[in-house]
Design a protein around this ligand. Structure first.
Ligand code: CDP
Length: 211
């Protein structure tokens, strides 16, 4: 069993990279952001407060990792609510427990999120911290929405990316930051293929060491 931990801020490209790695190696993939989104959606759907930690924890414990689908969890309001409940230690404890269980699947797993290398899987064989400038990340979000036929305001998205970074990096419990032994991958001027090749070199070396 081998675990690949991939962390990084909003729209850094970590999701695409993680899916690509999981496909290449035949590993199970978990986008842990979806577990926070699913918890937030359950609260919003039930009309419950986003400020009650005990209620949020109950919802977090009911999240089924097998049934997570980004297309039903992608709404902007769900992302905002997710980053609000993600500051609650009881919610994090519940979701991290489930994520750790997932990380032990054979033959291997790829988990992506904000605290995988630091908290969820500190013993992961390979840790990547994927980043890009806020401008590039906002442009990627903007392009995604336009490509999907929507309308978007670049300035608003840029402000949003910065606000989300502040919340994710500034929280007391499991703030977003690179693990000490993470490899940094700045994708500001790197396409997904180049990022994937860089990751593959590191993973192949780790796999070789395990044999
Ligand atoms: O919208 P984006 O793709 O950037 O975020 P996401 O990966 O779907 O995660 C939504 C929110 O969940 C993030 O803003 C984080 O606050 C939180 N999260 C977290 O705290 N820890 C994780 N391992 C993953 C997500």
């Amino acid at each position: 069993m081998i675990t690949i931990a991939i962390d990084g801020p909003a729209a850094s490209g970590k999701g695409t990279l993680s899916r690509r790695i999981a496909e290449e190696y035949g590993f199970h993939h978990l986008d842990t952001g979806l577990t926070y989104r699913a918890t937030a959606k359950a609260l919003l759907d039930a009309g419950l407060s986003l400020d009650d930690e005990a209620v949020a924890e109950t919802m977090a414990r009911e999240v089924e990792l097998g049934g997570l689908d980004r297309s039903v969890l992608s709404a902007h309001a769900i992302g905002e609510a997710a980053s609000k409940i993600a500051v609650m230690p009881a919610v994090r404890r519940a979701l991290v427990e489930a994520q750790r269980g997932f990380s032990r699947k054979e033959p291997g797993t790829v988990l992506d999120g904000r605290d995988i290398g630091t908290v969820v899987c500190p013993d992961a064989a390979v840790k990547l911290y994927v980043t890009a400038s806020p401008e590039v990340r906002a442009k990627r979000r903007y392009d995604e929405i336009i490509a999907g036929g929507g309308t978007a305001d670049y300035g608003a998205i840029f402000e949003d990316v910065k606000k989300r970074d502040e919340r994710d990096m500034g929280r007391a419990d499991s703030p977003l930051k690179p693990a000490e032994d993470a490899h940094l991958l700045d994708t500001s001027e790197m396409g997904i293929e180049a990022a994937f090749q860089a990751a593959k070199t590191l993973i192949d070396a780790a796999l070789k060491e395990k044999i």
